[in-house]
Design a binder for this molecule. Structure first.
Ligand code: PLP
Length: 486
């Protein structure tokens, strides 16, 4: 952020605005292939304005862009639910090996045995870590894993001629993708309320679970960063009603090596590899959301599934597969990174990552609970949900606090989620941050809280040190300028 702050107007120009006619970045050698005829005139554009710039100008421009980007490699990034943990560079080194990076997704399995073996081993590792042994690595995001898992639930009920099961029960604290995926999978969404302590209202669930229940979708730990103490009772209630239980595994990083979802009674789950297993997920992708199921449901998994026969590995289609949910085999480069992380950490390393994530979140929670309200005043798991409701009474919103943090070089926490918490600020420090960083964050949060009393306007108008201040976020999302406007 420092560089962007100090960048002058000349440095900040877009590439097109740096263009000077006749300037070039490279000198091309004479063509050594025959010249081709141009397509007919009507198919060509009238003009194609391209920047004419020197090589140094190109390097400066893209280096500047890279520094404008807020990233975990440069700043603390406590974005709750998103698990922005450090991604070890070893992951990238392995994914860049030519044997992995250079293969084509259409190559037959017998030419890429190492890659298929890696997929098979990753399936085994994920099956073991979740206690749900049937695994397909195909889904390209958590949300696509949800969609695949819900189609599996539908296929299971259809295979039993139980066509009345069309309802997905989903807690009111759920991530928006849960009801969206359920609706896309053709299920009717029925909301299960949370109790005042943040847990699922078990009595309400008992009343709602019936012969129409296809599936109950639950995030564990919940989106409030809490473990569900009644989880065994919950899964039992749904099973007794004939439904399946789906775990949104976005928060699986808090459970690794501590508890297995299968042991808790879940039938299906997905894992966001780009969160739990330290693979990149900036800018909306590439993600990976493998789906894990019980042995009984494995025949419905999306294809392909890597299978082993002696020493050879193939990609195959499970017996009653829900089919393909995308073009190829999932985000292969991400699978290599997640595999590398799991193997490098080992079972004990993964467990200590989960434990440290929980300790870090509880440290922040205990240090900030005097200044900020808590969504639930009890031990949290890997993230804590603060509420800026007290600060709101002094005229400053959670959004303002999030923006003011940017001035201190700290990425904003997740805001206004879960929706059931007033002025939610969801903080997930992750296990990879040092105590010094956590203390700095705590100090800055307290400082902002003081500032809200002494100088609220500075907080209300933050950020003050970034290249852009407050954007029209709706316009930025709905009418983005993706091309140079001239
Ligand atoms: C609890 C929860 N569920 C589901 C998702 C969706 O995952 P993805 O963004 O990989 O589609 C997220 C993403 O943030 C999440 O936090």
């Amino acid at each position: 952020m420092t560089t962007s702050n100090t960048a002058n107007e000349l440095d900040r120009r877009l590439l097109m605005d740096r263009s000077v006619p006749g300037r070039t970045a490279v000198t091309l050698p004479p063509s050594d292939v025959p010249e081709q005829d141009m397509p007919q005139e009507s198919l060509l554009r009238d003009d194609l304005p391209l920047p004419e710039v020197s090589q140094l100008e190109v390097i400066r421009y893209f280096s500047l862009l890279s520094q404008l980007n807020f990233s975990i490699d440069t700043n603390f990034y406590p974005l709750g639910s998103c698990t922005m943990k450090y991604n070890p560079k070893l992951n990238d080194a392995m994914a860049s090996l030519p044997g992995f990076a250079g293969i084509h997704p259409n190559q037959p399995s017998d030419q890429v045995q190492g890659a298929v073996q890696l997929m098979h081993e990753l399936q085994e590792l994920l099956g073991d870590l979740t206690g749900l042994p049937g695994v397909s690595l195909a889904p390209l995001a958590g949300a696509q894993g949800e969609y695949a898992g819900l189609l599996i639930a539908r296929a299971y009920h259809a295979s039993r001629n139980d066509s009345a099961r069309t309802v997905a029960l989903i807690p009111d604290s759920a991530h928006g993708t849960n009801p969206a995926s359920a609706a896309m999978a053709g299920l009717e969404v029925v909301t299960v309320p949370s109790a005042s302590d943040g847990n699922v209202d078990v009595n309400a669930l008992r009343d709602l679970a019936d012969e129409r229940t296809a599936v109950f979708m639950l995030t564990l730990p919940s989106t409030l960063g809490l473990f569900e103490p009644s989880i065994l009772e919950i899964t039992q209630i749904v099973h007794d009603a004939g439904g399946l239980v789906y775990a949104d595994g976005a928060n699986l990083n808090a459970l690794l090596g501590i508890a297995k979802l299968g042991d808790l009674g879940f039938d299906i789950c997905h894992s966001n590899l780009h969160k739990t297993f330290s693979t990149p997920h900036g800018g909306g992708g590439p993600g990976s959301g493998p789906v894990m199921v019980t042995d009984e449901l494995a025949k419905f998994l999306p294809e392909p599934v890597a299978t082993r026969n002696g020493d050879s590995y193939t990609l195959s289609e499970p017996e009653s597969s829900i089919g393909k949910i995308n073009g190829f085999h999932g985000s292969f480069g991400i699978l290599v990174r997640a595999y590398t992380y799991i193997r490098a950490m080992g079972r004990d390393g993964l467990k200590s990552a989960a434990e440290n994530a929980i300790i870090n979140a509880n440290y922040i929670q205990s240090q900030l609970k005097d200044s900020f309200d808590l969504a639930a005043d009890r031990y949290c798991m890997h993230e804590t949900v603060l509420s800026a409701s007290r600060q709101k009474k002094r005229g400053v919103k959670g959004l303002d606090i999030a923006k003011r943090l940017l001035d201190h070089g700290i990425h904003a926490p997740t805001m206004y989620f879960p929706l059931i918490v007033d002025e939610a600020l969801m903080v997930e420090p992750t296990e990879t941050e040092s105590k010094e960083t956590l203390d700095h964050f705590i100090e800055v949060m307290r400082q902002i809280d003081d500032e809200i009393t002494s100088d609220p306007e500075t907080v209300q108008t933050a950020p003050h040190t970034l290249p852009v201040t407050r954007l029209d976020e709706a316009a930025a999302a709905r009418k983005p300028y993706l091309r140079w406007q001239g």
